[in-house]
Design a protein around this ligand. Structure first.
Ligand SMILES: [Zn+2]
Length: 140
């Protein structure tokens, strides 16, 4: 069953085939999709745009927290410690999901085909042309 884009984002999968895992370790990304072979970093500086997603995450997480702590009268030192603790805990989440969301948004704006799939289709066409007796150079 084909995975949906939303599920691919939640489970941090490739934006092109929606199956291959994007991360190989806690913070380490695969250079290419292990399933379809697409190169994740489309051009140099590609992931700089993930910063904008990270800003949004940061704002959504930290602005309400800061307002809550402020209006409940938390003193400056615990306030700072709580903010730093939440930052440290949420940072890997923000890092991973900002990249994943950016890659999926980019794929929706400017779609790419999976390179392995393209190769498979070409090999299949070539094989079927050979099977049907058509030789190279005879094709119209
Ligand atoms: Zn893939």
């Amino acid at each position: 069953m084909a995975r949906s884009r939303l599920s691919a984002i939640v489970f941090q999968r490739c934006p092109v085939c929606l199956e291959g895992k994007a991360f190989r370790s806690f913070l380490g990304m695969h250079k290419d999709c292990p399933n379809c072979g697409v190169h994740f970093e489309r051009e140099s500086g590609y992931f700089l745009n993930a910063m904008f997603v990270a800003y949004v995450f940061g704002f959504v997480i930290f602005a309400p927290l800061a307002l809550y702590l402020y209006f409940t009268g938390v003193p400056a030192l615990p306030f700072s410690l709580i903010m730093v603790a939440v930052l440290l805990v949420s940072w890997p989440f923000i890092f991973r999901y900002s990249r994943i969301i950016w890659m999926h948004v980019d794929q929706m704006i400017d779609p790419r085909e999976p390179p392995n799939q393209r190769g498979k289709i070409e090999r299949r066409l070539y094989a079927s042309a050979q099977y049907s007796g058509v030789k190279e150079g005879e094709k119209r």
